[in-house]
Design a protein around this ligand. Sequence first.
Ligand SMILES: [Mg+2]
Length: 347
Amino acid sequence: MNRGPLLHADADAFFASVVLRSRPQLAALPVAVVAHVIIASANYPARARGVRSGVLTQEALLQCPELILVDVPRGEVEEAGDALLDLFRDCARAVEPGSMEEAFLDVGARSTEEAVAAGREVRRRAAAELRIPVSVGVGRTKLMAKLASRAAKPDGLHVIGPGREAELRAGLPLRDVWGVGARTVERLESLGITGLSGLDDIPYDTLRRLCGTAMARRLRAIREGSDDAVVRPVEHRSTLSSEGSTKGYERPDWTPAELAAMCVERVCRRAERAGLLASGLTLTTRPDDEGPARVLKGKQPVPTASPQVWSAVVRSLLARADPSPLAGLRVTLTALVPVDRVQNTLF
Ligand SMILES: [Mg+2]
Protein backbone atom coordinates (compact mmCIF):
# COMPACT_ATOMS: atom_id res chain seq x y z
CA MET A 1 0.00 0.00 0.00
CA ASN A 2 1.32 3.40 -0.95
CA ARG A 3 2.26 5.67 1.93
CA GLY A 4 3.73 8.42 -0.18
CA PRO A 5 1.94 11.67 -0.98
CA LEU A 6 -1.29 11.56 -2.96
CA LEU A 7 -2.87 14.00 -5.39
CA HIS A 8 -6.20 15.76 -5.53
CA ALA A 9 -6.94 16.86 -9.10
CA ASP A 10 -9.82 19.28 -9.64
CA ALA A 11 -10.92 21.04 -12.84
CA ASP A 12 -11.19 24.82 -12.52
CA ALA A 13 -14.66 26.35 -13.09
CA PHE A 14 -15.48 23.13 -14.92
CA PHE A 15 -18.74 24.00 -16.72
CA ALA A 16 -17.39 27.41 -17.74
CA SER A 17 -14.11 25.87 -18.91
CA VAL A 18 -16.01 23.41 -21.11
CA VAL A 19 -17.98 26.27 -22.69
CA LEU A 20 -14.83 28.33 -23.30
CA ARG A 21 -13.20 25.51 -25.27
CA SER A 22 -15.41 26.33 -28.24
CA ARG A 23 -15.51 30.09 -27.55
CA PRO A 24 -11.94 31.06 -26.63
CA GLN A 25 -12.68 34.67 -27.58
CA LEU A 26 -14.73 34.91 -24.35
CA ALA A 27 -11.98 33.65 -22.02
CA ALA A 28 -10.90 37.08 -20.77
CA LEU A 29 -14.50 38.28 -20.30
CA PRO A 30 -16.81 37.48 -17.36
CA VAL A 31 -18.74 34.35 -18.34
CA ALA A 32 -21.22 32.30 -16.33
CA VAL A 33 -22.98 29.08 -17.16
CA VAL A 34 -26.68 28.92 -16.29
CA ALA A 35 -28.73 25.91 -15.27
CA HIS A 36 -32.41 26.84 -15.31
CA VAL A 37 -32.21 30.25 -13.54
CA ILE A 38 -29.20 29.54 -11.32
CA ILE A 39 -25.52 30.28 -11.96
CA ALA A 40 -23.91 26.82 -12.16
CA SER A 41 -20.35 27.96 -12.75
CA ALA A 42 -18.52 31.25 -13.30
CA ASN A 43 -15.10 31.75 -14.87
CA TYR A 44 -12.40 33.61 -12.94
CA PRO A 45 -12.97 37.03 -14.59
CA ALA A 46 -16.63 36.74 -13.48
CA ARG A 47 -15.60 35.67 -9.95
CA ALA A 48 -13.31 38.69 -9.76
CA ARG A 49 -16.45 40.81 -10.27
CA GLY A 50 -18.27 39.07 -7.43
CA VAL A 51 -20.26 36.47 -9.39
CA ARG A 52 -20.74 33.26 -7.38
CA SER A 53 -22.23 29.94 -8.36
CA GLY A 54 -25.54 29.02 -6.76
CA VAL A 55 -27.05 32.53 -7.03
CA LEU A 56 -29.97 33.53 -9.23
CA THR A 57 -29.09 34.78 -12.71
CA GLN A 58 -30.83 38.11 -11.98
CA GLU A 59 -28.71 38.68 -8.87
CA ALA A 60 -25.53 37.89 -10.78
CA LEU A 61 -26.50 40.42 -13.47
CA LEU A 62 -27.01 43.11 -10.81
CA GLN A 63 -23.53 42.34 -9.52
CA CYS A 64 -21.97 42.29 -12.99
CA PRO A 65 -24.18 43.78 -15.76
CA GLU A 66 -21.66 42.87 -18.50
CA LEU A 67 -21.78 39.17 -17.51
CA ILE A 68 -22.12 36.84 -20.50
CA LEU A 69 -24.59 34.03 -19.79
CA VAL A 70 -24.49 30.66 -21.53
CA ASP A 71 -26.70 27.61 -21.05
CA VAL A 72 -25.03 24.55 -19.53
CA PRO A 73 -23.97 22.43 -22.51
CA ARG A 74 -25.01 19.29 -20.64
CA GLY A 75 -23.97 16.69 -23.17
CA GLU A 76 -20.58 18.29 -23.67
CA VAL A 77 -20.03 18.66 -19.92
CA GLU A 78 -20.89 15.02 -19.24
CA GLU A 79 -18.57 13.79 -21.99
CA ALA A 80 -15.75 16.06 -20.80
CA GLY A 81 -16.25 14.61 -17.30
CA ASP A 82 -15.91 11.06 -18.68
CA ALA A 83 -12.78 12.04 -20.63
CA LEU A 84 -11.26 13.68 -17.56
CA LEU A 85 -11.83 10.56 -15.47
CA ASP A 86 -10.26 8.41 -18.23
CA LEU A 87 -7.24 10.71 -18.23
CA PHE A 88 -6.92 10.49 -14.43
CA ARG A 89 -7.08 6.68 -14.69
CA ASP A 90 -4.36 6.77 -17.32
CA CYS A 91 -2.08 8.85 -15.07
CA ALA A 92 -2.56 6.94 -11.80
CA ARG A 93 -2.61 3.42 -10.43
CA ALA A 94 -5.73 4.13 -8.37
CA VAL A 95 -8.40 6.83 -8.78
CA GLU A 96 -11.19 7.70 -6.38
CA PRO A 97 -13.61 10.10 -8.07
CA GLY A 98 -15.28 12.73 -5.88
CA SER A 99 -17.53 14.22 -8.54
CA MET A 100 -17.56 14.33 -12.33
CA GLU A 101 -14.56 16.70 -12.37
CA GLU A 102 -12.39 15.90 -9.39
CA ALA A 103 -10.64 12.86 -7.94
CA PHE A 104 -7.97 11.61 -5.57
CA LEU A 105 -5.07 9.97 -7.39
CA ASP A 106 -2.56 7.45 -6.10
CA VAL A 107 0.31 7.83 -8.56
CA GLY A 108 2.64 5.55 -6.60
CA ALA A 109 4.82 8.51 -5.61
CA ARG A 110 7.44 7.78 -2.95
CA SER A 111 8.44 11.40 -2.49
CA THR A 112 7.03 14.89 -2.86
CA GLU A 113 9.20 15.35 -5.97
CA GLU A 114 7.65 12.30 -7.65
CA ALA A 115 4.15 13.45 -6.71
CA VAL A 116 4.83 16.93 -8.11
CA ALA A 117 6.15 15.48 -11.38
CA ALA A 118 3.02 13.32 -11.70
CA GLY A 119 0.80 16.31 -10.87
CA ARG A 120 2.47 18.41 -13.55
CA GLU A 121 1.87 15.64 -16.07
CA VAL A 122 -1.86 15.44 -15.19
CA ARG A 123 -2.16 19.20 -15.64
CA ARG A 124 -0.19 19.22 -18.89
CA ARG A 125 -2.25 16.42 -20.42
CA ALA A 126 -5.63 17.86 -19.32
CA ALA A 127 -4.67 21.18 -20.94
CA ALA A 128 -3.23 19.62 -24.11
CA GLU A 129 -5.71 16.80 -24.71
CA LEU A 130 -8.94 18.16 -23.23
CA ARG A 131 -8.26 21.91 -23.09
CA ILE A 132 -9.49 21.93 -19.48
CA PRO A 133 -7.46 23.67 -16.75
CA VAL A 134 -6.96 21.30 -13.81
CA SER A 135 -5.46 22.32 -10.48
CA VAL A 136 -3.56 19.73 -8.48
CA GLY A 137 -2.88 19.51 -4.76
CA VAL A 138 -0.23 17.27 -3.22
CA GLY A 139 -0.55 16.13 0.38
CA ARG A 140 -0.03 13.20 2.71
CA THR A 141 -3.74 12.67 3.46
CA LYS A 142 -6.87 13.29 1.41
CA LEU A 143 -7.72 16.36 3.46
CA MET A 144 -4.25 17.86 2.93
CA ALA A 145 -4.35 17.09 -0.81
CA LYS A 146 -7.79 18.69 -1.05
CA LEU A 147 -6.71 21.80 0.85
CA ALA A 148 -3.66 21.97 -1.44
CA SER A 149 -5.73 21.81 -4.63
CA ARG A 150 -7.94 24.59 -3.30
CA ALA A 151 -4.84 26.69 -2.67
CA ALA A 152 -3.55 25.84 -6.15
CA LYS A 153 -6.52 27.43 -7.94
CA PRO A 154 -6.77 28.69 -10.56
CA ASP A 155 -4.67 26.59 -12.91
CA GLY A 156 -1.85 25.74 -10.51
CA LEU A 157 -0.14 23.10 -8.42
CA HIS A 158 0.36 23.39 -4.67
CA VAL A 159 2.14 21.16 -2.18
CA ILE A 160 1.38 20.85 1.51
CA GLY A 161 4.46 19.12 2.80
CA PRO A 162 4.58 17.12 6.05
CA GLY A 163 6.50 19.97 7.65
CA ARG A 164 3.57 22.38 7.26
CA GLU A 165 0.86 20.01 8.36
CA ALA A 166 0.94 20.49 12.14
CA GLU A 167 0.72 24.27 11.88
CA LEU A 168 -2.01 24.04 9.25
CA ARG A 169 -4.13 21.64 11.27
CA ALA A 170 -3.86 23.85 14.35
CA GLY A 171 -5.09 26.90 12.47
CA LEU A 172 -7.71 25.24 10.30
CA PRO A 173 -11.24 26.65 10.68
CA LEU A 174 -13.83 23.87 11.06
CA ARG A 175 -15.75 25.31 8.12
CA ASP A 176 -12.79 24.50 5.86
CA VAL A 177 -12.60 20.86 6.90
CA TRP A 178 -13.99 18.85 4.03
CA GLY A 179 -16.65 16.32 5.10
CA VAL A 180 -17.69 18.13 8.28
CA GLY A 181 -21.28 19.27 7.80
CA ALA A 182 -22.84 22.61 8.68
CA ARG A 183 -24.79 21.07 11.61
CA THR A 184 -21.62 19.76 13.25
CA VAL A 185 -19.92 23.12 12.77
CA GLU A 186 -22.90 24.90 14.38
CA ARG A 187 -22.92 22.55 17.36
CA LEU A 188 -19.22 23.05 17.96
CA GLU A 189 -19.53 26.80 17.53
CA SER A 190 -22.19 26.81 20.24
CA LEU A 191 -19.34 25.71 22.55
CA GLY A 192 -17.10 28.45 21.20
CA ILE A 193 -15.06 26.05 19.03
CA THR A 194 -14.42 27.41 15.55
CA GLY A 195 -11.12 25.74 14.68
CA LEU A 196 -9.61 22.28 14.85
CA SER A 197 -7.30 23.25 17.70
CA GLY A 198 -10.38 24.09 19.81
CA LEU A 199 -11.04 20.34 19.99
CA ASP A 200 -8.07 20.07 22.38
CA ASP A 201 -10.07 21.96 25.01
CA ILE A 202 -13.02 19.58 25.32
CA PRO A 203 -13.09 15.99 26.60
CA TYR A 204 -13.59 13.32 23.95
CA ASP A 205 -16.85 12.19 25.61
CA THR A 206 -18.31 15.65 25.22
CA LEU A 207 -17.33 15.66 21.57
CA ARG A 208 -18.97 12.26 21.09
CA ARG A 209 -22.21 13.32 22.75
CA LEU A 210 -22.29 16.47 20.64
CA CYS A 211 -21.49 15.04 17.18
CA GLY A 212 -21.98 11.27 17.40
CA THR A 213 -19.28 8.60 17.54
CA ALA A 214 -18.35 8.50 13.86
CA MET A 215 -17.91 12.27 13.48
CA ALA A 216 -16.10 12.56 16.82
CA ARG A 217 -13.65 9.90 15.71
CA ARG A 218 -13.19 11.60 12.38
CA LEU A 219 -12.58 15.02 13.96
CA ARG A 220 -10.12 13.55 16.42
CA ALA A 221 -8.25 11.80 13.59
CA ILE A 222 -8.07 15.01 11.58
CA ARG A 223 -6.77 16.88 14.60
CA GLU A 224 -4.10 14.24 15.20
CA GLY A 225 -3.16 13.82 11.55
CA SER A 226 -4.24 10.18 11.34
CA ASP A 227 -7.07 10.91 8.88
CA ASP A 228 -7.78 9.10 5.64
CA ALA A 229 -4.78 8.69 3.34
CA VAL A 230 -6.01 5.78 1.23
CA VAL A 231 -7.25 6.21 -2.35
CA ARG A 232 -10.09 3.73 -2.83
CA PRO A 233 -10.42 2.94 -6.51
CA VAL A 234 -13.75 2.30 -8.16
CA GLU A 235 -13.44 -0.81 -10.35
CA HIS A 236 -15.98 0.40 -12.85
CA ARG A 237 -18.90 2.79 -12.73
CA SER A 238 -22.14 1.26 -11.49
CA THR A 239 -24.32 4.16 -12.68
CA LEU A 240 -24.19 6.83 -15.38
CA SER A 241 -26.47 9.87 -15.39
CA SER A 242 -27.53 12.52 -17.82
CA GLU A 243 -29.72 15.45 -16.88
CA GLY A 244 -31.11 18.71 -18.11
CA SER A 245 -33.63 21.52 -17.66
CA THR A 246 -36.68 22.01 -19.81
CA LYS A 247 -36.19 25.79 -19.80
CA GLY A 248 -33.15 27.27 -21.44
CA TYR A 249 -31.57 30.69 -21.13
CA GLU A 250 -30.86 31.32 -24.82
CA ARG A 251 -32.22 28.17 -26.39
CA PRO A 252 -35.91 27.27 -26.90
CA ASP A 253 -37.61 25.32 -24.11
CA TRP A 254 -37.85 21.54 -24.47
CA THR A 255 -40.82 19.31 -23.70
CA PRO A 256 -40.16 16.63 -21.05
CA ALA A 257 -40.34 13.99 -23.81
CA GLU A 258 -37.71 15.77 -25.93
CA LEU A 259 -35.44 16.28 -22.92
CA ALA A 260 -35.82 12.64 -21.82
CA ALA A 261 -35.04 11.36 -25.31
CA MET A 262 -31.90 13.49 -25.46
CA CYS A 263 -30.74 12.32 -22.02
CA VAL A 264 -31.25 8.67 -23.05
CA GLU A 265 -29.20 9.25 -26.22
CA ARG A 266 -26.36 10.84 -24.27
CA VAL A 267 -26.21 8.33 -21.47
CA CYS A 268 -26.40 5.33 -23.81
CA ARG A 269 -23.60 6.76 -25.97
CA ARG A 270 -21.43 7.22 -22.86
CA ALA A 271 -22.19 3.68 -21.66
CA GLU A 272 -21.29 2.28 -25.06
CA ARG A 273 -17.99 4.19 -25.14
CA ALA A 274 -17.12 2.94 -21.66
CA GLY A 275 -17.98 -0.64 -22.69
CA LEU A 276 -20.83 -0.89 -20.18
CA LEU A 277 -24.35 -2.32 -20.41
CA ALA A 278 -27.25 -1.52 -18.07
CA SER A 279 -30.14 -3.58 -16.82
CA GLY A 280 -31.89 -0.78 -14.94
CA LEU A 281 -32.94 2.81 -15.56
CA THR A 282 -34.08 5.48 -13.13
CA LEU A 283 -36.01 8.54 -14.25
CA THR A 284 -35.96 11.39 -11.73
CA THR A 285 -38.32 14.25 -12.51
CA ARG A 286 -38.05 17.71 -10.98
CA PRO A 287 -41.45 19.50 -10.87
CA ASP A 288 -41.73 23.16 -11.82
CA ASP A 289 -43.28 24.16 -8.48
CA GLU A 290 -40.19 23.29 -6.40
CA GLY A 291 -42.00 20.25 -5.04
CA PRO A 292 -40.11 17.05 -4.25
CA ALA A 293 -38.41 15.11 -7.05
CA ARG A 294 -40.18 11.95 -8.28
CA VAL A 295 -38.33 8.74 -8.93
CA LEU A 296 -39.53 6.09 -11.40
CA LYS A 297 -37.69 2.88 -12.22
CA GLY A 298 -37.57 0.58 -15.22
CA LYS A 299 -35.74 -2.68 -15.94
CA GLN A 300 -34.57 -4.82 -18.81
CA PRO A 301 -34.07 -8.58 -18.55
CA VAL A 302 -30.93 -8.49 -20.75
CA PRO A 303 -28.32 -5.76 -20.08
CA THR A 304 -28.15 -3.27 -22.94
CA ALA A 305 -26.93 0.19 -23.93
CA SER A 306 -29.38 0.47 -26.81
CA PRO A 307 -30.97 3.94 -26.96
CA GLN A 308 -34.02 2.44 -28.73
CA VAL A 309 -34.65 0.00 -25.88
CA TRP A 310 -34.17 2.56 -23.11
CA SER A 311 -36.15 5.27 -24.97
CA ALA A 312 -39.15 2.97 -24.99
CA VAL A 313 -38.72 2.38 -21.25
CA VAL A 314 -38.46 6.13 -20.55
CA ARG A 315 -41.54 6.88 -22.67
CA SER A 316 -43.60 4.43 -20.64
CA LEU A 317 -42.26 5.86 -17.37
CA LEU A 318 -43.07 9.41 -18.49
CA ALA A 319 -46.59 8.32 -19.41
CA ARG A 320 -46.99 7.14 -15.81
CA ALA A 321 -45.43 10.30 -14.35
CA ASP A 322 -47.42 13.06 -12.74
CA PRO A 323 -48.61 15.31 -15.63
CA SER A 324 -47.74 18.59 -13.85
CA PRO A 325 -45.08 20.72 -15.62
CA LEU A 326 -41.44 19.71 -15.16
CA ALA A 327 -38.44 21.97 -14.57
CA GLY A 328 -36.05 19.21 -15.48
CA LEU A 329 -35.21 15.54 -15.30
CA ARG A 330 -32.39 13.07 -14.95
CA VAL A 331 -31.95 9.69 -16.63
CA THR A 332 -29.66 7.23 -14.83
CA LEU A 333 -28.55 3.88 -16.21
CA THR A 334 -28.08 1.52 -13.26
CA ALA A 335 -26.64 -1.93 -12.56
CA LEU A 336 -23.95 -1.32 -15.18
CA VAL A 337 -21.72 -4.24 -16.10
CA PRO A 338 -18.78 -4.44 -18.49
CA VAL A 339 -19.86 -5.72 -21.89
CA ASP A 340 -17.30 -8.58 -21.92
CA ARG A 341 -18.63 -9.94 -18.64
CA VAL A 342 -22.17 -10.06 -20.06
CA GLN A 343 -21.03 -11.78 -23.25
CA ASN A 344 -19.22 -14.45 -21.26
CA THR A 345 -22.39 -15.36 -19.40
CA LEU A 346 -24.69 -15.22 -22.42
CA PHE A 347 -22.65 -17.26 -24.86
MG1 LIG B 1 -13.73 21.87 -9.70
